[in-house]
Design a protein around this ligand. Structure first.
Ligand SMILES: NC(=O)c1ccc[n+]([C@@H]2O[C@H](COP(=O)([O-])OP(=O)(O)OC[C@H]3O[C@@H](n4cnc5c(N)ncnc54)[C@H](OP(=O)(O)O)[C@@H]3O)[C@@H](O)[C@H]2O)c1
Length: 329
């Protein structure tokens, strides 16, 4: 038996319950983890509301990121042993391998022996944000020195990871946040420029910042009406990578900007990198090197106790956070 978080109906944070459940037998290639910390993600609120790309049968568990000790290893697992300290790359299905529990099961392929200098909280806040940002900016867009990159929802965990990665390769990150309340913190955390999209003219500010050069890469988690000003400020041959959908507005297709500048608008899920072992290995090497050099440092918004999971989800949905929310056990 183990205490895990589950929900029996779709809805707000209140549907989350901590329950004692029997864990299924370990499958081949799986390990059981004694969880010490969990990283929270927007995706978990979407699953809980029944609005995620994956639709669960109820009751369902949830959760994509954890760090802890290996407790038991299944058949065919050679690289890990009980007692190993590891963090987990998000599985493709959080319904099949839910992380929110005192004990959780994961495919051994997704475990990483992270640098021992990291505490549990930071270790649980690595792989979703850095793999998502790395996959989009480096693997797909080939971001390099002298590029301007626009990062929307910049105070999100993925947004802050993208700012750090852009700085690692010498590009200039332009952070877009809704209001100016998080502007100072974004500059302090590496943004070259900050634009408050509800207070300033986004297109004009991007033109002022990038002058005649334009923006080559946009990493967008929002969608909606900002597609017009974002694409208007892009340079010929630029790429906009869409990886979220935080805005509930319809998203216009900016036909003339796309046509006249041969823009690429591309959808992206981090699973694209996680499911490809060569690309995943390259991404892991980059991220581990960044953690070792100090170029990458997870920003923690706030921590909560496991028993306060409902409060943690309320905070996640409040959009007050700056960086990653972590639950400790
Ligand atoms: N495609 C993938 O594989 C993938 C992987 C990971 C995450 N994601 C997506 O990436 C996004 C960020 O994830 P996260 O877990 O890092 O998020 P998070 O930390 O919960 O980010 C929240 C931030 O997003 C901004 N925001 C929220 N609602 C918004 C709205 N309606 N319009 C504009 N901005 C809004 C706010 O920033 P300001 O206060 O600064 O405006 C807020 O602080 C989510 O959409 C998530 O689903 C996608």
């Amino acid at each position: 038996m183990a205490r895990v978080v589950r929900f029996h109906e779709f809805g707000g944070p209140e549907v989350l319950r901590i329950e004692n459940v029997d864990l299924p037998a370990l499958g081949r290639g799986e390990i059981r983890l004694r969880v010490k910390a969990l990283g929270l993600n927007r995706a978990e609120t979407l699953l809980r509301m029944g609005r995620y790309i994956e639709t669960p049968l109820l009751p369902s568990g949830l959760g994509l990121e954890a760090a802890g000790f290996v407790e038991t290893v299944g058949e065919g697992v050679d690289d890990f042993a009980p007692g190993d300290i590891v963090s987990v790359i998000p599985p493709v299905s959080m319904v099949r391998w839910p992380a929110y529990g005192e004990v959780a099961t994961f495919p051994a392929r997704l475990l990483v022996k992270h640098p021992p200098s990291l505490g549990w909280v930071e270790a649980a806040a690595l792989w979703m944000q850095y793999l998502t940002a790395y996959g989009a900016l480096i693997d797909i867009a080939g971001l390099h020195k002298n590029d301007f990159v626009v990062i929307t929802a910049a105070s999100s965990s993925v947004g802050l990871a993208a700012i750090q990665i852009a700085n690692m390769v010498g590009a200039t990150p332009i952070a877009v946040t809704r209001t100016s309340s998080k502007a100072r913190a974004l500059l302090d955390h590496g943004a070259g420029y900050v634009i408050a999209s509800q207070e300033e003219n986004l297109e004009r500010r991007l033109e002022e910042i990038t002058q005649t050069k334009g923006v080559r890469v946009v990493l967008d988690a929002v969608g909606g009406h900002i597609f017009e000003p974002l694409t208007a400020a892009m340079c010929e041959g630029g790429i906009l990578i869409e990886y979220g959908g935080l805005s509930n507005e319809p998203t216009p297709f900016p036909l003339f900007n796309v046509l006249s500048k041969r823009l690429t608008l591309r959808g992206y899920l981090v699973h694209e990198v996680i499911n490809d072992q060569d690309r995943l290995d390259t991404a892991k090497s980059f991220i581990l090197a960044g953690l070792a050099s100090g170029g990458l440092q997870p920003v923690i918004a706030r921590t909560f106790a496991f028993d306060d999971i409902i409060e943690a989800h309320h905070f996640l949905q409040s959009n007050q956070q700056f960086g990653k929310i972590v639950v400790t056990l």
